[in-house]
Design a protein around this ligand. Structure first.
Ligand SMILES: Cc1cc2nc3c(=O)[nH]c(=O)nc-3n(C[C@H](O)[C@H](O)[C@H](O)COP(=O)(O)O)c2cc1C
Length: 192
């Protein structure tokens, strides 16, 4: 067995970088295409491709944020200007965000939960692909991944929902690791 040292070291140490620490430069269009090509290379029982992606980049990020602020203003009239500004900035400062849309294809061959898991795999694999291309990333949902009106405003169609927003950019700081589970507390060796 030959150990793939760079891959092993990456998997041992990988971690997300929060949206607030993602800056320019972001991926070029060619790099983004590469990230997406690698990112969607995931297990997919039945090959139904039960997911698709929506990219927010450039000035579209501010327009997406404004849509969220408009919805938030209607639903939460108590929000002040500072609160609305948080919504306007949801897709800033990360230079690129990829929304992962779960698009179920009803079929007995692959129950919906398996299709959903495949969409989750896309989310995490996009993070890994971003790191492979020299960037940092974070998988985030936030309220608008659960609000039907906001999801539609951000590009989800009938019957679809967002399962993650993958924010990608250059890290502005080195993030310390967070606590990881002790594997002895989560692993049992079945021996009945
Ligand atoms: C499905 C999902 C949704 C998440 N949504 C949020 C979120 O809305 N806000 C947040 O601060 N972190 C959210 N996180 C957590 C971030 O990804 C966080 O950066 C992560 O726990 C860091 O772990 P890592 O360093 O091992 O990648 C979410 C994680 C997952 C898996």
């Amino acid at each position: 067995m030959t150990v793939n040292v760079p891959l092993r070291d990456y998997l041992r140490t990988r971690r997300s970088v929060g949206i607030g620490f993602l800056r320019d430069p972001g991926p070029t269009p060619e790099e983004l295409e590469e990230i997406i090509t690698m990112g969607v290379r995931v297990p997919d029982h039945g090959k139904f491709v039960p997911w698709r992606l929506v990219v927010y980049s450039g000035e579209a990020r501010a327009r997406a944020g404004q849509r969220l602020a408009d919805i938030a203003r209607r639903n939460r009239p108590e929000l002040d200007e500072a609160g609305l500004d948080i919504e306007r900035r949801q897709f800033l400062p990360a230079p690129v965000t990829i929304g992962v849309v779960f698009s179920p294809r009803p079929n007995p061959k692959a129950p919906e939960i398996e299709q959903l898991l495949s969409a989750g795999a896309v989310c995490f694999n996009l993070c890994n692909a971003a790191f492979a291309m020299g960037f940092a990333a974070s998988w985030v949902t936030r309220w608008f991944a659960f609000d039907p009106e906001a999801q539609q405003a951000l590009g989800a169609r009938a019957g679809e929902r967002f399962v993650g927003f993958i924010h990608i950019g250059t890290p502005s700081t080195v993030i310390e690791d967070r606590e990881r589970p002790d594997i002895s507390s989560i692993v049992t060796h079945w021996s009945e």
